[in-house]
Design a protein around this ligand. Sequence first.
Ligand code: UPG
Ligand code: MN
Length: 825
Amino acid sequence: MRKSMIFRDLDCTWWLRRHGGMVANDNELNFTAAGLATTQWHEGADASGGLGLRREVRDSSKILGIKSSISRRPRLVTGMGSPRHKVGSNRWARRRRFRVLVLGMWMAFKFFAEKFRVSFFFQNDIKEVGIPTLPWLLLFLSELLLFFIWLLGQAFRWRTVSRTVFPERLPEDDKLPSIDVFIFTADPDREPTLLVMNTVLSAMAMDYPPDKLHVYLSDDGGSTLTLNGLREAWRFAKWWIPFCTRFGIQKRCPEAYFSSPTNDDDDHGHFDSSDEYRLEREKLKEKYQDFKERVKALRGTFKDTISFTSKDHPSVIEVIQENTSGIREQEVQSILPRLVYVSREKKPSHPHHFKAGAINTLLRVSGVMSNSPYILSLDCDMYCNDPTSARQAICFHLDPNISSSLGFVQFPQRFHNVAKKDIYERRLRSIFSLMWPGLDGLDGPILSGTGFVMKRIALYSSYVKEGADPIELKKYFGPSNELIKSLFQHTKPNLINGKDSSNELLQEAKFLASCTYGDQTKWGEEVGFLHYSVAEDFLTGFALQCKGWNSVYFSSSKPQFLGLGVTNLNDLLTQGTRSSSGLVEVGISKFCPFIYSPSKMSFLEKMCYGNLSFFPLNCLPLWCFATIPQLCLLKGIPLYPEVSNSYFIIFMLLFISSLAQHSYEILITGGSLRSLIYEQRIWMMRAITSHLYGTLDAFVKRIGMREANFLPTNKAEDDERVKLYENGIYDFRTSTMFLGPLVALVILNIGSLLAGIARAILVGDLDKMFVQVFISFYILALNYPIIEGMVIRKDKGRIPTLITILSAIFSIIIFLPVGSRLLMY
Ligand SMILES: O=c1ccn([C@@H]2O[C@H](COP(=O)(O)OP(=O)(O)O[C@H]3O[C@H](CO)[C@@H](O)[C@H](O)[C@H]3O)[C@@H](O)[C@H]2O)c(=O)[nH]1
Ligand SMILES: [Mn+2]
C-alpha cells in the first residue's frame, strides 16, 4: 500500500518500467530483477536489510518523535539474499537513551548559564553594579545563537546509518542502465588541462560497459586548449582503456597510476610479476609521457589564437572521434565510451548562472544525444579512484526496495593530497564521517556538488508524466522538439543510433546550449539545477527532497573519487566565503528550510538543512567572544561568574562538555587529538573571516546591491606552497581582507591577556576576571601559529610586517574607542 502511494506521488512508475523493468505492476515490486543489491546497517545494529528498517523507523517517529523512536524497537528484517539477522535492537535503543541523557544534561547546563545572564537584567541595582548592559546583552545573544545552531546540529547525530553494496548481485552487463558522466571545467588557468584530462580518462576507464557510458566535458571557459586537450585524451584513451581492462588495473587515473611505485597498490593482482605486464606498463608510461608533453605544448600553440574569451563565446559541441580507418582502430574505438565536448554559448549581457547553468546545458545536450537515465556528476579535479563506483551507485538505483523514491546516491568528497598534518581540515571529517551518515538515517544526505549519481527524471520535475501535452511541456522545457521527445525516453538516443556526428544533431545540440534557450522556461526554477544560489548543489538537493525524493550516502574504505583539496589559507578562505554566501542565501530566502512549502521532508532533516544554511552566522557570536570579554577585561568589568560562585561550575562544565563531545566525535570517526586543535583553530579563522564576508555578501545580494559571483577554486599547484602545507605550516599569503581581522584580534587578545595578568598581580581580582583571562589565553594558545607568523617566521608564507603594524594600529584606534563607547551603555 505504502509503496503504491510513493509511486503515485512521484509518478514515475512508467519510467522505472522502462529502465530495468523492475515494476511488475503499479503496486507490486518485482524483487527478482536486481536482487537486493544493497544493505543498510544501522549504528548498533547487527545487520538489517534494504530500506525496510529505515522506513519502519521513520514512519514511527513522525516528526521529531523523540519518544516514539526511543521506545520503538526496530523489527526483524530480512537481508534479501543475505542471511536473516536480528537487529541488535537493545543496543540501539540503549545508545539512543544515552544520547537523550547527554542532550538533557547539556540543555540543563545551558539553562542555568542563561539564567545567570538573564537574572542580571532583573537586578534592582543594575546601575549600581557598574556593569554596562550592552556587552552583557551581546554575550547573551551570542550564546543563544550558538546554542540554536548547536541544537539544530544535533539532528545529524540522531540516526546514523552506514551501508553495504553487493555489486555481484547486479544484472548482466547488457541489462545495466546507461550512465551519462558530466565533468565540469571553467578556467584553464585555475584548472590545469592535464588535471581535467586525467579526470576524463579515469571516468572513461570505469568498470562499466563502454557502450553504456557517455562522458561529457562541459567547458565554461570555452577554451581551445581544453578542446584540443580532449582530443589528445581520446587518442591516449585508445591505449589506456584496453590496458586497464586487460590487466585489471585499479587506479584508472593515469597520473595516479604512474606516480605510484610499481609494486605498490592493490593493482593488477596476479599480473604484477608477469613480464608481459611489465612490458606493457613501460610502453604505456612512454605513451603517457608523450600525451603529457603534447597537452603541455598546447598552451604555447593556442595562446595567441584564442579568439574568444571565457565570458563571450559561441556554443561549441564536438563528439570526439577520429575518422581513421583500419580494423584495429575501429575495434579499439568500439570499446571506448562516447566522449563529447560541450562549451555553451556565453554573452556578457546574459547571466550564465555558473555551475548550475552548465549542468542544465549538459542535461539538455545529453538528453538529445545519449539520454541516459542516470547521471554521474564530477568536478574537474575529482578522478575516479574506484573503477566500480558507477556500479556501486547503480546497486542502490536498482534496489527494488528503494529505487522508486531514490533521487540520487551521494559519495563522499575526499582529497588525495591531504597531508598528515591536516591544518586546513581537508579531511572534511565532520561532514563526510559524521553529518552525512547521520542524514542517511533521515531522508538522505545533502547533495554535495560532485560525486553523485542522479536519476535524470528527478531533475525534470513532475511535469514529465505519461500523457503530458507536448505543447504544454514546451513552456517548461523550451522549444526543442528533440528534447521534448527525449523526456519520455520513447526514442532510441541518437548517439546510440550512430547519428552522433550528424550535422542535424549537432545543430540541435548547439541550439540547446545557446545562452537564451532557458529564457521564459522553467529551467533553473523548477527544472534542472536551481539558479537561485551559488550553492546550487545544496539548494537543488533541498528542493528535490522537499518533493519527496530520497537520497543515499555511500562511503567505503576505498574512496570512490578523489579530488585536489586546497593547500593554502587564501584558497580555503575564498572558497569558504563563496560557500557561506551560498548557504546563507538559501537560509534567508523563500527556500529557508523551516518555512519552505510544500515540503515532504521530516523535521529532523529540516533541522540539518537549517543548521547548514545558518551556521555561517556563527561569525557574529565568534566576533563577540573575541572582542567583548577582552575589552571588558581591559577595563576590569566582569562578565562571567567569579570562581567562587556556583555558576562558575556551570560555565566550566559547558566548556568541558563541548570539548568532550568534539573529542569523542573525532575519536570515533578515526581522527586524532591533533585534529581537535586543527579543527577548532580553522573553525575560528573561518568564522572570523569567510563566514562574516559570506554572510554579508548574502545579505547584500538579497537586497539586490550585488550580483552573484563564482570564482573557481584554484587547482594549479605551486611546489613551494605545497611544501609548506605538507610540513604543517600555515601559508599566510592572502589578502589583507582576510589577514587583517585575524591579526588585529590576536593583538587585542595579547593586550587583554597581559592586562589581565597585570590586574591579577596589582589589583588581585583574578577570581572575578578568571574566565575572561582564560578566554584570551585559550584564543591565543589555539591561534599560536598566527603569532608565530607575525613575529618568528622568516619564510615567504609569514605575515607581512606591514599587515602586523597596520592591524596593531587598527586595534588601537578602532577597538579601544568603540570598546569604550560600548561599555558606556
Ligand atoms: O561557472 C562555473 C563555475 C564553476 N564550474 C565548475 O564547478 C566545479 C566546482 O568548482 P570549484 O571551484 O572546484 O568549487 P568548490 O568550492 O571546490 O566546489 C564545491 O562547491 C560547489 C558549489 O556549491 C559545488 O558545485 C562543487 O561541486 C563542490 O565541490 C569545477 O569543476 C568548476 O570547473 C563551472 O563549470 N562553471
Ligand atoms: Mn573543488
